[in-house]
Design a protein around this ligand. Structure first.
Ligand SMILES: [Zn+2]
Length: 167
């Protein structure tokens, strides 16, 4: 087994330390970087739950379209669609016909109960003359999860400096 910080072979008992939010298995030397331990035998039920990403019964504001074009749906897009549709005097049925979709699709869309494919979003925008997409970069309140895992050597040196200063 190798130390996940310095890469040296660990002789004897490895140390389990949480360093910068990452669970690392480290050698005695590198265990000094952190006092926070984690238990390798503890069941990681939480991790499994958050990883269930493919099945999405819950409505999500951000849809898969952002991955393709770094665009995302604006807040309250369902209401925007609904209002625009009603303004045009269209029933759900009428509108569904207009965009060649099922009524249920329109209903789900207005309730933000689905991850609409980009072509559907574009179709809706065109028919209703609205814009419900925004650039992901300019979106407010969008926080990307910080990548976990091995740190750069620079980070680790920083950690080391800090811990030495504290002592
Ligand atoms: Zn080490």
């Amino acid at each position: 087994m190798r130390c996940e910080v310095c890469g040296r072979e660990i002789h004897g008992q490895p140390y389990y330390r949480v360093i910068e939010g990452g669970k690392l298995t480290v050698c005695g030397q590198c265990s000094k970087f952190s006092t926070q331990e984690w238990d390798p035998r503890a069941p990681q039920a939480r991790k499994g739950q958050t990883r269930r990403r493919s099945a999405q019964p819950k409505p999500r504001r951000r849809s898969d379209i952002e991955a393709a074009e770094s665009l995302e749906l604006v807040d309250g897009y369902g209401m925007i669609i609904k209002k625009a549709r009603q303004k045009k005097g269209l029933s759900v049925e009428d509108f569904a016909k207009q965009i060649s979709e099922k009524e249920s699709v329109v209903k789900k869309l207005e309730k933000e109960n689905m991850n609409p494919p980009l072509n559907l979003v574009r179709k809706v925008q065109r028919e209703l003359g609205i814009n419900i997409l925004e650039e992901a970069e300019t979106a407010t309140g969008t926080v990307l999860t910080r990548p976990m895992g091995p740190r750069t050597l620079g980070d680790l040196i920083k950690i080391k400096d800090n811990s030495e200063k504290e002592e």
